[in-house]
Design a protein around this ligand. Structure first.
Ligand SMILES: [Zn+2]
Length: 208
């Protein structure tokens, strides 16, 4: 009986979110993405050593990396200590979306899976603080991590699980914090207590 209870406790351990820099990347954005996950989810994070893309994910016609292929590869090569791996790059990534065979995206994730990809390639630096690439990368990373934890698109304007549909304006409108329903879902599914925050502490993030 005792060991059964102990196993129950072990299953409820917080997920460990690992970050995998891929190809060309900016270390300050990788750091910020990891910190953003700590802020929103409070989960332990780990930075993995940078590596090259697997050449099998290259699409020569568009000169992009296939994000769906990368998700499989990240999940398969995931170190045992990582509950999930988030690949981060400043190179372009794409997937099939609707009628588009090869559609460039900000990010992609396995829903209730093991991996996510985030690219800053399509994120230009804006003039206002909320338009910074750093904030956009942080919000997109937390959106993709939300998918891996099981969340689907939805929520009011400004909620981070809205589908950005390739528009940075949608990302810029997000507060950076999870809305109420996804918070409750993650709490129930993962048996974790998420940090309570009134606003996102952007001041604690380096600008570069
Ligand atoms: Zn999404």
């Amino acid at each position: 009986m005792w060991s059964w209870l102990w196993m129950g406790a072990a299953v409820a351990a917080e997920p460990v979110v690992c970050f995998q820099p891929l190809g060309r990347h900016e270390p300050y954005l990788v750091q910020a993405a990891a910190r953003g996950v700590r802020v929103v989810y409070g989960f332990p994070v780990q930075l993995l050593p940078a590596t090259d893309f697997p050449t099998s994910a290259w699409t020569p016609a568009r000169k992009r990396w296939r994000a769906d292929h990368l998700l499989d590869w990240l999940a398969q090569t995931r170190p045992e200590a990582c509950s999930m791996v988030v690949g981060l790059t400043s190179e372009d990534i794409s997937t099939t979306k609707g009628p588009h065979d090869d559609w460039g995206v900000f990010g992609l994730a396995q829903i209730k899976g093991r991996s996510a990809m985030v690219s800053s390639f399509r994120l230009r630096e804006g003039a206002r603080p909320q338009q910074s690439r750093l904030r956009r990368v942080v919000k997109i990373t937390n959106h993709e991590v939300g998918h891996v934890l099981g969340l689907r698109h939805g929520g009011a304007l400004g909620c981070p699980m809205n589908d950005a549909l390739g528009r940075v304006q949608t990302v810029d409108r997000m507060s950076g914090l999870l809305c109420e329903l996804p918070r409750l879902q993650i709490r129930d599914w993962w048996q974790v207590t998420l940090p309570e925050l009134d606003s996102f502490p952007w001041d604690e993030f380096p600008t570069r």
